[in-house]
Design a protein around this ligand. Structure first.
Ligand code: SAM
Length: 276
């Protein structure tokens, strides 16, 4: 048993086992107990790593009940590692309840960071990454679905998880709600058939629909312009450059004029015009 109890959230690979970190392996090897979303799935990972540990199932439906047992173990001095089947615990996966309860009980909570489909997908999307909103899986129907897509249409970068069966319908619905925004579909990250599709929602939906069946795990990134001004994407920059050349303005004057017009930071525009 460890000297003092602790709960550690451990991120695990989202497809490629080579992505497990040395610290994740060490934490799992040193844990007294592993709480897993799916003990059979995690059992396969542990046996690949040559680790044998007691496990307890911790999934959405028993979260509230099992959190108590996990916290008792921590308070008794045990080191408990919490994993989900793939990626970061507590991100569209169980974890939030036990973290909340552990914090309330005075248990030390730490994390071994690692693969997360949302952040990995955002980074390769080619869409603005400076600020973003993560929504998990969108509601399948009803007013909540409509409300989410209206929110997405109000501007910014948005990350969603979606099933391959529903991705075309979701792209079509977002296209209608948000005037056919730019999107990226990131499919099968870190796996053999990893793929990124970028373009308008309607073009990407047509491409996927033309394949018949869509397979694999998918993250959808959507970017919509803010109504009070445009974001400095490639299209906006090209518009500013046209305006600059027509009016014969210096980079400084063009940045000043465009910033006032579009509500984008003058420095951001100046740096882009200067190729920085
Ligand atoms: N906790 C996980 C994480 O940190 O990424 C997410 C778990 S959520 C239940 C599963 C969803 O994540 C999938 O349906 C898919 O939308 C996305 N996902 C997981 N692995 C992926 C991968 N390798 N490529 C693309 N999307 C993935």
């Amino acid at each position: 048993m460890s000297d003092s109890g602790r709960l550690t959230l451990v991120a695990t690979p989202i497809g490629n086992l080579g992505d497990i970190s040395p610290r994740a392996v060490q934490t799992l090897s040193e844990a007294d107990l592993i709480a897993a979303e799916d003990t059979r799935h995690t059992g396969r990972l542990l046996s690949h790593l040559g680790i044998k540990k007691p496990m307890v199932a911790y999934y959405d439906a028993n979260e509230a009940h099992r959190a108590g047992r996990i916290i008792e173990a921590c308070l008794a001095g045990q080191a408990v590692a919490l994993v989900c089947s793939a990626g970061h615990p507590a991100i569209s996966d169980p974890g939030y309840v036990v973290v909340r309860e552990a914090v309330a009980a005075g248990v030390t909570v730490s994390v071994i960071p690692g693969p997360c489909a949302a952040v990995s997908a955002l980074s390769v999307s080619g869409l603005p990454t400076d600020a973003f909103c993560f929504h998990g899986f969108p509601p399948r129907k009803g007013p909540d679905r409509k409300a989410l897509f209206t929110r997405i249409s109000s501007g910014g970068t948005h990350i969603l998880y979606e099933s391959p069966k529903r991705i075309v319908a979701t792209l079509e619905d977002i296209g209608l709600a948000a005037d056919d925004p730019q999107v990226a579909i990131i499919r099968e990250l870190t796996k053999k058939f990893e793929e990124v599709l970028r373009g308008s929602a309607s073009d990407v939906a047509s491409e996927l629909a033309s394949r018949g069946e869509v397979l694999g795990e998918i993250v959808l990134i959507v970017h919509t312009p803010t109504p009070d001004g445009a974001t400095l994407d490639a299209e906006t920059l090209a518009r500013i450059q046209r305006m600059q050349s027509e009016a014969g303005l210096s980079n400084k004057d063009a940045a000043k004029a465009a910033a006032a017009l579009l509500g984008i930071s003058r420095k951001e525009i100046y740096d882009a015009l200067a190729g920085k």
